[in-house]
Design a protein around this ligand. Structure first.
Ligand code: HEC
Length: 156
């Protein structure tokens, strides 16, 4: 004890301190940089993917009612919770406007798809469907890899 000036008073305390230190070292580099929990955004994206698949199936059946119902669900998808949105916006920084614009592009194309479905305009639906896909792809190509690297610490 006397030869160890930094030795804590009790062995149990020392153990706890070591565990705490180990935990803090383990988690320190990941705070705000590589949270392993999937973003709620990822769940929202999966829902968007499902809706797009549903639309593709509906187009094949010429089920324009189903397309008209799904289109606004794609256009007006829910937003992540406030705190996550703040983290995303902080991460995007000067790219936030660009990210929002990409989201608006997908929104507008989906609304156009819904309007075409209401007119039972199959060609129009297909054209707008392609525009939606282009908007999805453009945002993914611009942002997905950086998102994954930043929030999960991994390549896509
Ligand atoms: C404004 C940008 C943006 C737009 C627009 C966008 N996405 Fe995404 N998407 C992302 C980001 C960022 C990720 C990565 C999220 C993550 O891994 O946490 C992603 C991931 C995904 C994933 C993968 C989810 C998983 O399980 O890893 C799917 C599926 C997806 N998007 C579907 C779509 C569809 C369909 C559309 C168009 C209707 C769309 N996205 C439009 C930004 C966008």
């Amino acid at each position: 004890m006397s030869t160890e000036p930094f030795c804590p008073p009790s062995p149990s305390g020392s153990g706890a301190a070591t565990v705490l230190l180990a935990l803090s070292l383990f988690f320190a580099p990941s705070v705000g940089a590589a949270d392993q929990d999937p973003l709620e955004l990822q769940k929202i994206m999966q829902e968007l993917g499902e809706q797009m698949q549903l639309v593709a199936g509906a187009i094949s059946r010429e089920d324009w009612e189903a397309v008209a119902e799904a289109a606004p669900r794609i256009a007006k998808h829910r937003a992540p919770p406030f705190t996550e949105k703040a983290r995303i916006m902080a991460f995007l920084g000067s790219h936030a406007a660009e990210f929002r614009a990409a989201d608006r592009q997908a929104h507008d194309a989906a609304m156009k798809m819904g309007a075409a479905a209401q007119r039972r305009d199959g060609e129009g639906v297909i054209q707008a469907y392609a525009e939606v896909q282009q908007a999805c792809l453009a945002c993914h190509q611009a942002h997905r890899a950086e998102f994954r690297a930043h929030f999960y610490g991994s390549a896509p």
